[in-house]
Ligand binder design. Structure first.
Ligand code: ATP
Ligand code: MG
Length: 252
């Protein structure tokens, strides 16, 4: 048991959820490594949602509400960490959930779908019967009624190659990735440099707020968005946090 008073309680609980995901066969063992890399970057950005990430989350909500065919991709880490929160977002923006795995096995796909159903998910893409062009077979599998025809895809923790392949298909890709330097972060259309456990509830909160807006008003929110700027802010934030750790005399 981790005591609530532990200064890094949230981070440690997140770790427990991922370990539990591996135990249940939902999360891959490689998912543990991805989580560790994410934690390192979360430390560097201060384990909080930065202002620029919050802005990207608002733009993401507007885009998901605006487009006709939004889809939310779910991998083993996302299912273990924010299964219920993803279902809530899926309902708010009317986007189906599609299980999409990098380390794909049919067994794990079925386990994740079962997990999501047990949490109350109804809007699921169940058939992965199409292929993303330019990727080798298993990694390319997507639903012909889901990601394959989506105009916007939310991909929490996507691989760089697949992110690029989706962008090459002409889709708007919203990525959640704590590493602003990863290929995914660099190639996505909208990059949310935040922990998935903070990002999904934030996007949902914005979706609720923006739901009643006219199309024109949603467009205005998206219009001025600049992803290069978001990435620069994230890197600057890391830089600023690192400098604060230096003794004053050694600061440049
Ligand atoms: P890329 O393939 O994009 O160059 P990578 O190979 O480092 O990057 P993957 O292992 O494919 O990345 O995906 C994991 C990514 O997800 C990492 O960049 C990691 O920082 C990020 N990540 C892991 N856990 C979380 C989390 N809880 N919230 C947000 N991002 C996370
Ligand atoms: Mg990768």
């Amino acid at each position: 048991m981790i005591p609530k008073s532990h200064p890094r309680y949230e981070s440690l609980m997140t770790r427990e959820l991922i370990v539990e995901g591996v135990r249940k066969g939902i999360t891959s063992t490689q998912g543990l490594i991805a989580q560790g890399r994410g934690e390192a970057f979360d430390y560097l950005i201060g384990e909080k949602t930065t202002e620029s990430a919050l802005h990207a989350e608002k733009v993401a909500a507007a885009k998901l509400l605006l487009e006709r065919k939004p889809v939310i991709s779910v991998n083993g880490n996302a299912a273990a960490l924010v299964g219920s929160e993803l279902i809530r977002l899926s309902e708010l923006v009317n986007a189906p959930l599609e299980v999409n795995l990098f380390h794909r096995t049919e067994e794990r796909v079925n386990k994740i779908m079962g997990h999501l159903r047990s949490l109350g998910a109804k809007n699921l893409v169940t058939k992965n019967d199409a292929l993303i062009p330019g990727l080798e077979h298993d990694r390319a599998k997507v639903g012909s009624s889901g990601i394959f025809v989506a105009d916007v895809v939310l991909v929490p923790l996507e691989d760089g190659d697949r992110c690029k392949a989706l962008v090459d298909m002409g889709k708007t890709v919203i990525a959640i990735d704590l590493n602003p330097l990863s290929r995914t972060a660099q190639c996505a259309t909208i990059t949310i440099v935040d922990n998935i456990i903070r990002a999904i509830p934030n996007i949902s909160k914005f979706a609720e707020e923006l739901k009643e807006l006219e199309q024109e008003e949603l467009l205005e929110i998206i219009w001025e968005y600049d992803n290069k700027e978001t990435l620069s802010f994230a890197i600057e934030e890391i830089n600023k946090n690192l400098v604060e750790y230096l003794p004053p005399q050694s600061r440049l």
